[in-house]
Design a protein around this ligand. Structure first.
Ligand SMILES: NC(=O)c1ccc[n+]([C@@H]2O[C@H](COP(=O)([O-])OP(=O)(O)OC[C@H]3O[C@@H](n4cnc5c(N)ncnc54)[C@H](OP(=O)(O)O)[C@@H]3O)[C@@H](O)[C@H]2O)c1
Length: 271
């Protein structure tokens, strides 16, 4: 049985921990590390899993899942470097940290898989993209895929595409939240009470998302199905096109990818 240790059981770490247990992993096969003793007590009480120190996790676990904030990575790598055992798989959930950073800092040959998850992991609906480092094998990728499938959907991408992934699905939920916020305001403009407007838009978002995911139909077909000749939807679409919403999304997502690449360069050796 594979022992998995989650290093940094904050929001994302806890979501993965809960997903692994829900998917059938035994509490005895899952460990976590956390800085504050009170948080350790809380998580142990809630999930029946053991909180340990980082060096103990490295000694006991086959898979170390790094789920600390990127700014906390340096002290963690310092703590792990002398204790990571040969054969350990390191899985990084930390946004923007390249596998090369781990490979430079951990013992030679350490297998690393980089993951870009997103916040819907908190409700078991993550979109995670995984990339192999230079020593990660097909078995390592399959194991990480299986782990992350317990909290959502998983795709494999070359690491060079992780900036694009960050811009699309990493930041993606924020774009939808932004859109929903604006649509709720439109309801207010039309005189609806805020609560009603919110209910109308959130349920429409959920329904549209499920149709997109479950029908297998292209978004264009789904949109055309509610766009009648001379009707209300086409009047709205004309305004969206007039206001350049499609171009704005292309520019916004491109800007996010450029920013991701810029942040990633901070972890290059010369930086
Ligand atoms: N949330 C997101 O939207 C999202 C999406 C994609 C990727 N991610 C990635 O997921 C990672 C975690 O994000 P998060 O939102 O879950 O952050 P978070 O809630 O702050 O969780 C990180 C946890 O790690 C703990 N920690 C820090 N250093 C530690 C150490 N040396 N040993 C043990 N525990 C340590 C922190 O403790 P303290 O409270 O004491 O700092 C905190 O509880 C980040 O790298 C982020 O880039 C997050």
């Amino acid at each position: 049985m594979t022992t998995i240790a989650i290093l940094g059981a904050g929001k994302i770490g806890e979501a993965l921990l809960a997903g692994l247990l829900k998917a059938g992993r035994r509490p005895a096969d899952v460990l976590f590390t956390e800085r504050y003793p009170q948080r350790v007590v809380e998580l142990t009480e809630q999930y029946g899993v053991r909180g340990v120190e980082n060096d103990e996790a490295a000694a006991l676990a086959d898979v170390l899942v790094v789920a600390v904030k990127p700014q906390d990575i340096e002290p963690l790598l310092d703590a792990l470097a002398p204790v990571v055992r040969p054969g350990t798989l390191v899985v990084s959930l930390a946004a923007g940290l390249p596998t090369s950073l781990y490979e430079r800092r951990l013992p030679a040959g350490t297998a690393v898989v980089r993951v870009m998850p997103n916040t819907p992991m908190l409700v078991g609906e993550a979109m995670s993209a995984i990339s192999a480092g230079s020593h990660a094998t097909a078995e390592h990728l399959a194991l990480v895929e299986e782990m992350l499938a317990s909290v959502g959907k998983v795709v494999r991408v070359p690491e060079s595409q992780q900036d694009a992934v960050t811009a699309l699905s990493g930041s993606g939920p924020a774009y939808f939240f932004f859109l929903v916020e604006a649509m709720i305001d439109a309801g207010i403009l039309l005189g609806l009470p805020r609560g009603v407007s919110t209910d109308l838009i959130i349920q429409s978002a959920v329904g549209a998302a499920l149709m997109l995911r479950d029908s297998g139909d292209h978004p264009v077909l789904l949109r055309e199905a509610v766009t009648s000749p001379g009707g209300t939807t086409i009047a709205a679409i004309r305004e969206l096109e007039n206001h350049g919403v499609r171009a704005a999304l292309l520019a916004a997502i491109e800007a996010a990818a450029l920013r991701s690449a810029q942040l990633g360069r901070a972890h290059e050796p010369s930086a």
